[in-house]
Design a binder for this molecule. Structure first.
Ligand code: ADP
Length: 440
């Protein structure tokens, strides 16, 4: 009976635990339901509030504007001053409402990007023009620096404008008179993020190319013990009521969310009283597929004619035979970062000419060839055979690059004379390792 008692007790305990688990699960389900409901209520509330707030704001802004035009009669300086204050406060409220609505929409997953090939130079120039009056008011030098190898990037134009404007207005706001603010747009690799502070650990791929917008200022900087507050909604480094700079505290939070929607991330560096550098990383790889048919306009190849690329003295030279501009840019960027000189040939005919030229003048020989097999006008295999058949070229290692990646492709390439084989999309680390294995 003692044994029976024990078995009974054990059974009761098991049953009790099972009931408890079921109850917990039921509670969890209810809490989830409530959360969903509150989230929906919040969205509805925000949508209706923003409408309710916008309507009276429209009158406030509209009528103060009308009065400021002084069509209904002359105003005294004092009255103009009051009106300007009313209008400015109205604008501030409107901005706040828009930002809150934006942020809550993003958080509710309701913002969809409208991705289009965007001329990034134009976008950056527009933003600079827009901010110029504000900079002039504080006699701040506003400059622009752009990487001319890339002209179009697949982005949501309106959102990226919003991001750049946010960063520029912060830079101008937190930079004393006669300071400097610079906007740059560059092609960079994930590995370059190393020294930056990041608000989270969102994944960043060292070998992914990014289009990076940078805003650098010579302003007040941000004390390191405050860095963790940045990019959170409603956080301001100086939150005292007497703070000198007005703002909603939503700009950076929005910037971060909008960048993340693009698959990117944000980072910064800052030194007190010296200035800050904010970066927005927009990945280019995810776009590679879609970029295919924009590729011809994605790069302004006129600006980087192969012949004009000066090869660093003493560095090994790589000849890249590749017709797709985006891949040309990707490969040359990676190889140049590795310290190699790169020469690009965009089609098979140029390669045939090049073979002939170097046969006559062997000093023109490259140290390695990266050859795309699918070229528009010439059979890549045939081209490789020609290289191998030429006594001057024969010893140059040749890596075949192909998107075919079918079983047997590798052997076909090796048979045609390739020393190595890489498949597209290129794994950049593997590409670098393969090139290194031939060039040491
Ligand atoms: P807001 O500018 O409206 O206050 P943000 O989210 O854009 O809100 O910025 C949050 C805070 O981060 C700012 O209040 C400021 O304290 C700090 N900050 C942002 N950008 C800079 C900058 N370029 N230099 C110094 N501090 C900055």
């Amino acid at each position: 009976t003692a044994l029976n008692q024990e078995v009974l007790e054990a059974a009761c305990r098991t049953l009790g635990a099972a009931i408890e688990r079921a109850q917990t699960q039921e509670n969890l389900r209810q809490v989830n339901e409530q959360l969903e409901y509150s989230s929906q209520l919040k969205s509805e509330f925000l949508a209706s509030m923003s409408h309710e707030l916008r309507t009276p704001l429209n009158s406030i802004l509209g009528f103060s504007d009308l009065l400021l035009r002084q069509t209904a009669g002359q105003l005294s300086d004092r009255q103009i001053n009051y009106l300007e204050l009313i209008e400015k406060s109205g604008q501030h409220l409107l901005q706040l409402i828009n930002d809150i609505l934006d942020l809550s929409k993003i958080e509710a997953g309701k913002v969809e990007l409208n991705l289009q090939p965007v001329r990034v130079h134009e976008l950056a120039t527009d933003c600079i023009k827009m901010m110029q009056p504000r900079a002039d008011k504080k006699r701040i030098g506003l400059s622009l620096e752009l990487d001319y190898r890339i002209t179009k990037v697949l982005l949501d134009e309106r959102r990226v404008r919003q991001i750049v404007i946010n960063l520029l207005s912060n830079a101008i706001k937190f930079t004393p008179e006669q300071g400097q603010v610079k906007l740059s747009g560059r092609l960079v690799y994930g590995s370059e993020i190393k020294g930056d502070y990041r608000p989270d650990c969102s994944p960043i791929n060292a070998s992914t190319p990014y289009f990076c917008f940078e805003v650098q200022d010579s302003g007040i900087g941000i004390p390191q013990d405050r860095w963790h507050l940045l990019f959170r909604p409603f956080q301001q480094v100086d939150s005292s009521l007497t703070r000198r700079h007005e703002g909603t505290g939503l700009g950076l939070a929005l910037t971060k969310r909008l960048t993340e929607l693009h698959g990117g991330t944000v980072s910064f560096q800052s030194v007190c009283d010296r200035g800050s550098l904010f970066r927005v990383w927009l990945p280019l790889t995810e776009m590679r597929q879609q970029l295919g048919h924009f590729a011809s306009c994605a790069l302004d190849t006129k600006l980087v004619p192969a012949s004009a690329i000066a090869l660093p003295i003493g560095s090994k030279r790589i000849l890249v035979v590749e017709d797709q501009p985006f891949n040309q840019m990707l490969i040359s960027e990676v190889m140049e970062l590795e310290g190699y000189g790169v020469e690009i040939l965009a089609d098979g005919k140029a390669m045939v000419d090049r073979i002939l030229a170097a046969s006559a003048a062997p000093e023109l020989l490259p140290d390695l060839i990266l050859m795309d097999i699918q070229l528009p006008d010439v059979d890549g295999f045939e081209l490789m055979r020609r290289v191998k058949a030429d006594p001057v070229w024969e010893s140059v290692p040749m890596i075949a690059v192909t998107a075919m990646a079918m079983p047997g492709d590798r052997d076909r390439c090796l048979e045609a004379g390739a020393s190595g084989y890489l498949s597209k999309p290129l794994d950049l680390n593997l590409t670098i390792a393969t090139v290194r294995s031939f060039l040491g």
